[in-house]
Design a protein around this ligand. Structure first.
Ligand code: DGL
Length: 262
C-alpha cells in the first residue's frame, strides 16, 4: 500500500493524482481531521501528530509514505523520515515542485501562497534558492482559502472576492509563476489562472508528486504482490467530511474512523 496523509481531506487531491498514475495500487489515506487545521499549529505539535500517523501507516504495511500536506511537509519531513526508516521512501509535496521551479525560473520572481505555517517556515524560498540562488521568492499566507474550499466555496462570488483580494497583494507583483502551496488549492487553480491570464504560470504539486511516487513504486524491491482495497481513514468522522471527499477525490468515498489519540 501507499500511505498518504494530510491534516484533513485536502490531501485527497494528491491521492487522486496518485490513483491516476497507479490505478491498481491500493492506498491508505489518513486525514487527521481531529486536529485540523495544521496551518495554525506550532511546528512541534505538527511533528508530534505526523510521527504518530507515520507510525500507524508503517505498521499497516505501507511501503511508501506521502506527506500530502504542505504544512506537514514543511515542519515534519525529517520526523516522518526518521519514523519510516531507511527502507520506506517518504515523499513530501514541496521538494518536487521546488526542483521544477529551480530549473525553469532562473533569474525570475516566483510567488507562493499557502497556510500561515507553510509561509512562516519559508520552506519554498529555502529549497528553491538552495538549487537556484538567483530566483526571488515572494510568499503570501492565504489562510482563508483552505476552510473556504472545504466548505465548497470555490466557484462563487464570495470565493472570487477572497481569491482576488489575496492575489492583488503587492507581494505578488511581477511574478512569473505562482506555486499553489497547499493541497486544497488545486480546486481553485482555474480561478487563480483566470485572475492572472497568461502572464503567470500557476503551478500545483499534485501531478509532479504523483509522478515521483509512481517512479518510487516501480523501483520497490521486492515489487508488492498486487491489488487490494483502498482505505480512507480520518481521526474524527463526520458526515460533512464524508460528503466533502467528493470535492477533492472526484467521487465520494466511505471514511473509516481510527482514533489514534485515544
Ligand atoms: N492541506 C494543508 C496544506 O497543504 C492545509 C490545511 C490545514 O491548514 O490543515 O498545508
Amino acid at each position: 500500500m501507499i500511505g498518504i496523509f494530510d491534516s484533513g481531506i485536502g490531501g485527497l487531491t494528491v491521492a487522486n493524482a496518485i490513483r491516476k498514475q497507479l490505478p491498481e495500487v491500493p492506498m491508505m489515506y489518513f486525514g487527521d481531521s481531529a486536529h485540523l487545521p495544521y496551518g495554525d499549529k506550532s511546528p512541534e505539535l505538527i511533528r508530534h501528530y505526523a510521527a504518530r500517523i507515520a507510525h500507524y501507516l508503517v505498521d499497516q504495511g505501507c511501503r511508501i509514505v506521502v506527506i500530502a500536506c504542505n504544512t506537514a511537509s514543511a515542519q515534519a519531513f525529517e520526523t516522518v523520515k526518521d519514523v519510516a526508516g531507511p527502507h520506506i521512501p517518504v515523499v513530501n509535496v514541496i521538494d518536487p515542485v521546488a526542483a521544477e521551479v529551480a530549473v525553469r525560473y532562473k533569474g525570475e520572481k516566483v510567488g507562493v501562497i499557502g497556510t500561515k505555517g507553510t509561509i512562516r517556515s519559508k520552506v519554498y524560498a529555502k529549497r528553491i534558492q538552495k538549487l537556484s540562488p538567483d530566483i526571488r521568492v515572494a510568499s503570501l499566507a492565504t489562510p482563508l482559502l483552505a476552510p473556504m474550499i472545504e466548505e465548497g466555496f470555490f466557484k462563487n462570488d464570495i470565493s472570487q472576492a477572497v481569491i482576488h483580494t489575496y492575489l492583488a497583494k503587492p507581494a505578488l507583483k511581477g511574478i512569473s509563476a505562482l506555486i499553489l502551496g497547499c493541497t486544497h488549492y488545486p480546486l481553485i487553480r482555474k480561478q487563480v489562472q483566470a485572475y492572472f491570464g497568461n502572464q503567470v504560470e500557476v503551478i500545483d504539486s499534485t501531478d509532479t508528486v504523483a509522478e515521483e511516487v509512481a517512479a518510487l513504486y516501480h523501483n520497490l524491491d521486492p515489487q508488492p504482490a498486487g491489488a487490494g482495497e483502498n482505505h480512507f481513514i480520518v481521526s474524527d468522522y463526520t458526515d460533512a467530511f464524508e460528503r466533502s471527499t467528493r470535492i477533492f477525490f472526484k467521487e465520494r468515498v466511505s471514511l473509516e474512523e481510527v482514533r489514534l489519540w485515544d
